[in-house]
Design a protein around this ligand. Structure first.
Ligand SMILES: [Mg+2]
Length: 196
């Protein structure tokens, strides 16, 4: 889903407004949530103990480096474990890049796991609201795992779901030097913004 110039401006203005409104929430996710560097460090069973009923996973940076069509074998192992513990119907992929090859890969490898598409990109809360409608669990029982503070974490604060920030996203600088450098810069700016 390519965004027009007008949509990019609208989304940027929305991000700015919501950032100011939900500053404390985003900052507390960044500072208070346990320092999770990789998704593979997450224990799905401990999430259940914390009241998480539904897991929404970002793709780029969280499951694989930006632009990669599917997760690495190590992340696939973790996903296998995750869907065994939670059930495929309780795991969603919520990416701002729901590319057809990614959707069909998940459909083939994890039947029943849903890849959210056709909604406005994070930080709009539309994807999380769609997940809540599908599952009918309270918003507070949904956990979004994301590596971006001003897209995923902000969307979670707006939708009032739980959020977990991935501190060390997957990056392949040698494959996509320009794109990855740009996202590293964005993540760096976000961290500085919410550090204070
Ligand atoms: Mg990401």
């Amino acid at each position: 889903m390519k965004l027009s110039c007008c949509e990019i401006v609208q989304r940027s203005v929305y991000t700015l407004q919501m950032m100011l409104r939900h500053w404390v929430c985003v900052r507390s996710v960044y500072h208070i949530s346990p320092a999770t560097h990789r998704i593979t460090e997450l224990d799905p069973l401990s999430l259940v103990d914390q009241g998480v009923q539904v897991l929404a996973l970002d793709f780029d940076g969280v499951l694989a480096s930006d632009g990669t069509p599917f997760p690495s074998p190590k992340v696939q192992q973790w996903l296998d474990h995750c869907v065994r513990q939670l059930g495929t119907e309780r795991v969603f992929i919520l990416s701002n890049k729901p590319r057809p090859e990614r959707i069909s890969w998940f459909k083939e490898q994890y039947p029943g796991l849903r890849f959210i598409s056709g909604v406005r990109k994070k930080p709009y809360p539309d994807g999380l609201q769609a997940i809540q409608q599908c599952t009918q669990v309270p918003f507070q029982a949904i956990l979004l795992v994301d590596d971006r503070l001003l897209t995923g974490v902000l969307a979670a604060c707006i939708a009032q779901t739980q959020a977990l920030h991935i501190r060390t996203p997957y990056v392949e600088l040698s494959k996509h030097p320009v794109k990855e450098s740009f996202f590293m810069l964005l993540r760096g700016i976000e961290k500085v913004l919410f550090f204070f």
